[in-house]
Design a protein. Structure first.
Length: 184
């Protein structure tokens, strides 16, 4: 039986790239001559980060970090850093780059962790904002799109490790559930 697969396209490759071009122009304007440090959150933000930095025509540097949540951010809310940036953050203008903000727990933890290192400024750029799921209030400075409360895959976002490589964002089509709903 086929498992869930990417279904309806929510944001096509063209729509994503057009919005990212706008975000890049805005960040370039806001950070001209400040050489920001863009920090991508692995793994989901990799594709967004790669396109965002190419759309941001100023001097900047990049780094990555990785987090994991004990038993899923959903249940426990406990997040921990599993790979840190190599770049010192103190005194830098930092922009955290996320693919999606859901409960907000990951971002709240990362903002607190990075703020403790005394960056000159700290902002967040998230491609997708799933506001309906928020459990902690966390300010987003640059947002690509708001998304409804559906499971999304593609463009860095996975289902069981799959579909990160799609150039678009789609809703996961739970074929199995549909099958159950209509079946015998
Ligand atoms: C996703 C996303 C964020 C986090 C957001 O990562 O990239 O880091 O979840 O969720 P939250 O707002 O509820 O904390 P995920 O844990 O799926 O790991 P991945 O990026 O490696 O796929």
């Amino acid at each position: 039986m086929a498992g869930p697969r990417p279904g309806r396209i929510l944001f096509s490759e063209g729509v994503l790239q057009a919005r990212i071009a706008e975000l890049g122009r805005t960040i370039a304007r806001d950070y001209a001559s400040r050489t920001p440090l863009l920090i991508g959150v692995l793994q989901g933000a990799v594709l967004f980060m790669a396109d965002l930095v190419r759309a941001t025509p100023i001097e900047l540097t990049t780094d990555f970090l990785a987090v994991s949540s004990y038993g899923g951010a959903d249940s426990s809310g406990e997040v921990r850093l599993v790979a840190d940036v190599a770049t010192p953050v103190a005194g830098r203008h930092v922009i955290l780059v996320e693919d999606i903000v859901d409960t907000g727990l990951t971002l709240a933890y990362l903002k607190e962790t990075l703020a403790a290192r005394r960056p000159k400024s700290l902002r967040v750029c998230a491609l997708l904002d799933k506001r309906a799921r928020r459990r902690v209030e966390v300010a987003l400075d640059y947002v690509g799109f708001a998304v409804p409360h559906v499971f999304v895959v593609g463009y860095g976002l996975d289902y069981g490790g799959l579909y990160r490589n799609l150039p678009y964002v789609a809703a996961l089509d739970d074929g199995a559930a549909t099958q159950r709903a209509i079946g015998p």
